[in-house]
Design a protein around this ligand. Structure first.
Ligand code: PDD
Length: 282
């Protein structure tokens, strides 16, 4: 496939990055994953805004405009085949000596982007949707989970913990038994027809799928939405549990820690929410 690296397009096999890059040595970087279906990007502007906030938070001054990011994303979409492509954007601090942890002053950030095939848009159909079986564990990641850092070891270790046990995702909760998010997704519960999701703070990545979904649900009005603390006990007593992420849209969870969620079937509120998301997301 064709990738973008520091201003140029080239086959992935020709893309070369310094082994001294702080992205490689420290995980000192920010990334994004943006989905596209039939050439249409979902949530492009908020994805770029989140990346800019991340770059500001770690003092990387890059100065790419949203038009530049759009041009990179669209060029990758046109150079690479596939109806449904995820666009991965990555900015790391750049190569340095690894003698000093402080941000170096005269270093050029590394900008890398590639596309990869994603599953077709999920249909809002209970019969055909992939049903997620998940476990839960205490969130052992850092206190800045709102930054979409390329340093994903905490997320990777948590996901692996779930995966090894045969689960599709793992839900994380803090020391107060409050849900933070999934290791690769945001979490929702449904109780009495209301969709409830944890508040955004330093424990949670502000998901763009979450942003777009909550906006659609609030405008449409049939499904009430709450952003507040959600405990694991509430999740165990919920009618439905969902996860969202850019590569999955909204997925229904039918089993949590070996127990059925609600009646153990994909829920009606999920079906309605996914239909509204499909219709309104661009
Ligand atoms: N993951 N929380 C975490 C920890 C995530 O890694 C992700 C996304 C989300 C959902 O965010 P969004 O709706 O913007 O995709 C929440 C991406 C897809 C990844 O790392 O591949």
């Amino acid at each position: 496939s064709i990738v973008y690296l520091n201003g140029e397009y080239m086959p992935m096999s020709e893309a070369k990055i310094s082994p001294m890059d702080r992205g490689f040595l420290f995980g000192d970087g920010i990334y994004e994953v943006i989905p596209s279906y039939d050439g249409k990007l979902v949530g492009f502007a908020p994805h770029i805004e989140r990346m800019e906030q991340g770059l500001n938070a770690i003092d990387i001054e890059l100065g790419y405009s949203i038009e530049t990011w759009r041009d990179i994303s669209e060029t990758l979409m046109s150079k690479n085949d596939g109806a449904n492509l995820g666009i991965y954007l990555h900015v790391s601090r750049g190569p340095d000596t690894r003698r000093f942890h402080a941000y170096p002053e005269h270093v050029t950030p590394t900008v890398y982007a590639f596309s990869f095939e994603i599953a077709p848009e999920p249909k809002a159909n209970k019969a055909t949707v992939k049903q997620y079986v998940v476990s839960s564990t205490q969130d052992m990641r850092w206190q800045r989970c709102n930054i979409k850092s390329t340093a994903l070891l905490g997320n990777v270790m948590h996901f692996q913990q779930g995966y090894k046990a045969g689960n599709s995702e793992i839900i994380l909760f803090n020391a107060n038994n409050e849900i933070t998010e999934g290791s690769t997704s945001n979490v929702y519960i449904v109780k009495d027809g209301v969709a409830i999701t944890p508040l955004l703070d330093h424990q949670v990545l502000p998901g763009i799928t979450r942003l777009v979904l909550l906006d659609i649900l609030r405008k449409e009005g049939t499904i009430k939405v709450e952003e507040r603390v959600v405990t694991m006990d509430e999740a165990r007593n919920a009618d439905e549990v969902w996860l969202t992420s850019s590569s999955k849209e909204i997925v229904p969870v039918v089993e949590l820690d070996g127990e059925p969620v609600g009646d153990g079937q994909v829920g009606d509120v999920w079906e309605k929410a996914q239909a509204l998301y499909s219709a309104g997301k661009y």
